[in-house]
Design a protein around this ligand. Structure first.
Ligand code: ADP
Ligand code: MG
Ligand code: ZN
Length: 472
């Protein structure tokens, strides 16, 4: 019999905020040593009260808008109770009854065609700490406790591992380019729910949940292994399928049972009376909408129209930093396609040589555009531009001053240009007469002759103006 794969995802994304969700400790990345970023509130000291971080709400709403969700105007927090050493309060603050976003969609394009995956909800919650096991001891690091997360829950709409990975890559691009999350290693974690059913059947099969996956490659392997295990169980009665939580072991490429799936009742959820309901009024929602970054599909279309290649578009959408530098440099009047090449080929190459990544790039749009314009206008050639760029990337010099100091501009004195123009005009009497007689086209011929005579020296704009002046 043929089976159809059914998958639903619960994806946890760590938000890029400066502080934790309910206290003023620095976010996860601010920590250097274990327990660097810990205060009485996030380490669960008795009587400490949580205070909501407004930015978390704004990022969660922005994520919801990106995923076409309905935004709840009334949203509340609940306590999810369980005991574990990395959870100092013995409950996690999360959202059960009134999550911040519901009913969204994500549009996917895969090799099998296009489809929409439905988002059931997005809720805000705090992360737990980390246990570190070493020899006979276990240590607990609370740096990550109360780091803000959003959890994005889909309907069971995926039908293949390819769709899952396409979805996750899209979330990653959206969230990175939109400043929601850097989605770096471990900051985006997925629980993968899987079942299979005979093709054509409407009913869902028994599902298992593979917990805490972060690499796309492992997710794909885990899905394929688990799907086959389900199919074997149904087809050959190799084992009885039960609803349970499993973990994926990368070394063996297999999944193993961890525990029976908890039900909601196991967690004794109840409303968190320490946190007021959050009301999102029209004014606040409008403000968040106004600041919402352009959707990546729209951005990609725009770059495509500007002649930027698919590969470059992918790279641009992976990083808010690159996207901003590109957009701002283009806004200063540079050609989009050239600018993309200057950033993604030239800057990237210089950084790579120094053992750095694009995230280390600190060139400003002003400096970059000044180099690009010098090249575009012909006042320096591309090689000279590249030399200046290296000095800007490595030592943050001023491009114009550096260019002069290094003698990289083709030295053209205006008197020499004037002499060339005079000789060209003298040699083209007919064209001059035509132009003066109203034949505008003759100007191009004269201008072309000047450019040829000057062999690429000088700024074309300046030459054009000088020529116009002389023809008056
Ligand atoms: P729970 O409350 O047990 O976590 P949810 O209804 O929240 O269950 O669903 C959790 C995830 O499991 C969702 O992403 C959902 O799409 C997915 N899911 C539910 N039923 C199935 C199924 N039969 N097969 C695959 N995924 C499923
Ligand atoms: Mg769930
Ligand atoms: Zn704290």
């Amino acid at each position: 019999m043929n089976y159809e794969l059914v998958i639903g995802l619960e994806t946890h994304v760590e938000l890029s905020t400066e502080s934790k969700i309910f206290c003023s400790c620095g976010g996860h990345s601010a920590a250097n040593e274990p327990n660097d970023c810990v205060c009485p509130a996030c380490s669960g000291m008795p009587g400490m009260l949580p205070v909501m971080n407004k930015k978390v709400v704004e990022l969660a709403v922005t994520a919801g808008l990106m995923l076409n969700c309905e935004i709840s105007r009334y949203t509340t927090f609940d306590k999810k109770n369980y005991y574990y050493p990395d959870l100092p309060c013995a409950y996690q603050i999360t959202q059960l009854n009134h999550p911040i976003c519901t009913n969204g969609t994500v549009h996917l394009k895969t090799s099998k065609g296009e489809r929409d995956v439905r988002i059931k909800q997005i809720h805000m919650e705090e992360d737990a700490g980390k246990l570190v096991h070493s020899g006979n001891f276990s240590y607990v690091d609370f740096n990550r406790t109360s780091v803000p997360l959003i959890e994005i829950v889909t309907q069971p709409d995926f039908r293949s591992a390819e769709e899952v990975v396409t979805y996750l890559s899209k979330l990653k691009s959206m969230f990175r380019s939109g400043g929601i999350s850097e989605c770096e290693e471990g900051a985006m974690r997925c629980d993968v729910n899987i079942s299979v059913r005979p093709e054509g059947s409407e009913e869902f099969g028994v599902r298992t949940e593979i917990k805490n996956m972060s690499s796309f490659e492992a997710i794909e392997k885990a899905i394929n292994y688990e799907a086959q295990r389900h199919i074997d169980a149904l087809e050959y009665e190799t084992e009885e399928l039960v609803q349970e939580t499993r973990r994926f072991d990368d070394a063996s490429g297999k999944t193993f049972a961890m525990r029976n799936k908890e039900t909601e009742a196991d967690y004794r959820y109840f409303p968190d009376a320490n946190l007021m309901p959050i009301i999102i009024d029209d004014e606040w929602l409008e403000e968040i909408k106004k600041n919402k970054p352009v959707a990546i599909d729209d951005k990609a279309d725009k770059y495509r129209e500007e002649g930027i290649s698919e590969k470059e578009i992918d790279m641009i959408l992976q990083s808010q930093k690159i996207g901003t530098l590109l957009d701002e440099t283009i806004a200063l009047g540079c050609n989009p396609k050239d600018t993309a090449a200057w950033i993604l080929t030239d800057c990237a190459g210089i950084l790579r040589k120094d053992g750095k990544t694009m995230e280390d790039l600190s060139v400003t749009p002003e400096k970059l555009s000044s180099i690009i314009k010098m090249v575009e206008s012909g006042s320096i050639n591309r090689n000279a531009g590249k030399k200046i760029l290296i000095a800007v990337v490595e030592s943050n010099v001023d491009p114009v001053e550096y260019c002069k100091a290094q003698g990289l501009d083709k030295k053209v004195d205006t008197a020499a240009i004037g002499a060339v123009l005079d000789s060209v005009l003298a040699a083209n009497e007919q064209a001059v007469a035509d132009y003066k007689g109203g034949k505008v086209k003759a100007f191009q011929a004269l201008f072309g002759a000047c450019m040829r005579e000057l062999k690429g020296a000088g700024d074309p704009q300046m030459i054009k103006e000088a020529l116009e002046e002389k023809l008056k």
